[in-house]
Design a protein. Structure first.
Length: 361
C-alpha cells in the first residue's frame, strides 16, 4: 500500500468522521430468547450466551454462522529495542514471521486445528524482500527509537491504521464471518505499554510487565524509557493519533485499523493479548463505538490487561496466564465459541421434550 503524506491523514480523518452504528439490539434479544428456549438452566452457558448474542447482533442475524474464520497476525519491528528493553534482537521477528508463512508457528497449528485461516502480514518488519506466505503491507522497516525521536510520523501511523481497515474490509468481502487478531514483533510490549500508559493517563509502573521474560534490571529500564517518553512528548495531553505516532508500533496501528474495520464492515473481532487490546483502545479513542464490535479472549500476564479491558468495558473469558502472543489466545476463544454455538444451533428445546421451560423472574 503506497501513501503520500497529507493524503493519508485526510483519508483517515474523513473515515473517522463516519459514525459507527451499534449492533442490532433486536437480534441480540432474539438470540438470548433462543438460548432460553433450549432445554438447559437459564444462563446455563454463562457468558457465552451474551457473547453469541453480541456476534448475532453484529452480523445482523440470529442464524449465527462463524465457520469461516480468519486470524490476522500483524508483524513489525520496534526501534525501541536499541534501549535494551528486550531479551531478543529484531531478527527474531522475521524468523517467526517466516514460520508463520509456512503455517508452522503455534498460531498456524492451532488455527488449522479449528479450520481457521491464518494470514501473517508484514506491516513493518525491519528487512527487505517478501517472506513466502506473508502478505506484504509494509509501511516502513520498523519504527524509530521513540526514546530519541517519535516512533512514526503521523502520516505513517495513519497509513498503518488504514491498512488494517482495508484488511478487515477485504476479509468481509471474501465472506469471513469473524476475525481474530494477532501480532509478532520484538519490543512490542514496550510500545503497547507506552500507548496504554498514555491513553489511560497512568504511571508506566502500573502497566508495564516483563514481556517475553525480562530480568529486573531490564524491566526497570523498560519502565524508565516509557516514563521518559510520556514526559518528553507530553502524551497525557495528546490525542490518540499523536500517542500512536510518538510511542506506538506499526502493528499496533494496523490492529487498531482492524478493530475500526469491524465496526465499519459489521464483522466481530476477537482480541488476543495486551498488544491487540492496546490497539483496540486506540481504535475506540479514534472512532468511538468500535468496542461494541470486539470480544476479549484471554487475560494474559501483562499488568495493562485489566486496565485496558476496564476502559473498553470488555471482559476476557480465558484466564490461563498465557503470554505466547501471535493470536493464540484469540484462536482458543474461537474454538470455545464454536463449542457454544454447537449447543445454540443443535440443542434440544423444552417444547420438544414436553418439559416446562424455566421462567425468568
Amino acid at each position: 500500500m503506497g501513501y503520500s503524506g497529507k493524503h493519508m491523514l485526510n483519508k483517515l480523518d474523513k473515515l473517522l468522521k463516519t459514525p459507527v452504528e451499534p449492533p442490532d439490539q433486536s437480534v441480540y434479544k432474539k438470540v438470548l430468547e433462543h438460548w432460553d428456549a433450549i432445554a438447559k438452566p437459564l444462563d446455563g452457558m454463562g457468558r457465552f450466551e451474551p457473547l453469541t448474542a453480541q456476534i448475532g447482533a453484529i452480523l445482523g442475524t440470529d442464524q449465527i454462522d462463524i465457520s469461516k474464520k480468519a486470524v490476522l497476525v500483524l508483524c513489525a519491528d520496534h526501534g525501541i529495542v536499541a534501549e535494551g528493553v528486550s531479551q531478543s534482537g529484531q531478527y527474531v521477528t522475521a524468523a517467526v514471521a517466516k514460520q508463520m508463512g509456512k503455517g508452522a508457528s503455534p498460531v498456524g497449528k492451532m488455527a488449522a486445528a479449528i479450520g481457521a485461516d491464518t494470514m501473517p502480514v508484514d506491516i513493518g518488519i525491519n528487512g527487505n524482500g517478501q517472506l513466502p506466505g506473508v502478505l506484504d503491507r509494509k509501511i516502513r522497516c520498523g519504527t524509530r527509537n521513540f526514546h530519541t525521536e517519535p516512533a512514526m510520523t503521523k502520516e505513517e501511523a495513519a497509513a498503518a491504521v488504514l491498512t488494517g481497515v482495508e484488511m478487515a474490509g477485504d476479509c468481509k468481502r471474501k465472506g469471513y464471518h469473524i476475525l481474530a487478531t494477532g501480532e509478532m514483533g520484538i519490543g512490542n510490549t514496550t510500545a503497547s505499554s507506552a500507548v496504554a500508559a498514555a491513553l489511560l493517563k497512568c504511571d508506566a509502573d502500573a502497566v508495564t510487565g516483563r514481556g517475553a521474560g525480562l530480568c529486573d534490571e531490564k524491566l526497570q529500564r523498560k519502565k524508565q524509557v516509557i516514563a521518559e517518553a510520556i514526559r518528553k512528548y507530553k502524551l497525557y495531553e495528546a490525542g490518540p493519533l499523536t500517542v500512536l505516532a510518538a510511542v506506538g508500533g506499526l502493528e499496533l496501528a494496523g490492529l487498531a485499523g482492524i478493530c475500526i474495520g469491524g465496526g465499519i464492515f459489521r464483522i466481530p473481532v476477537v482480541l488476543d493479548g495486551v498488544i491487540s487490546m492496546a490497539g483496540a483502545l486506540l481504535a475506540e479513542r479514534l472512532m468511538p463505538g468500535t468496542a461494541k464490535y470486539l470480544l476479549a479472549s484471554h487475560a494474559g500476564k501483562e499488568p495493562a490487561v485489566q486496565k485496558l479491558m476496564d476502559a473498553l468495558q470488555l471482559a476476557p473469558v480465558i484466564d490461563a496466564e498465557m503470554a505466547l502472543g501471535e493470536g493464540t489466545g484469540a484462536v482458543m476463544m474461537l474454538s470455545l465459541l464454536d463449542l457454544a454455538l454447537c449447543v445454540y444451533q443443535a440443542g434440544a428445546f423444552f417444547q420438544e421434550l414436553a418439559v416446562e421451560p424455566y421462567q425468568r423472574y
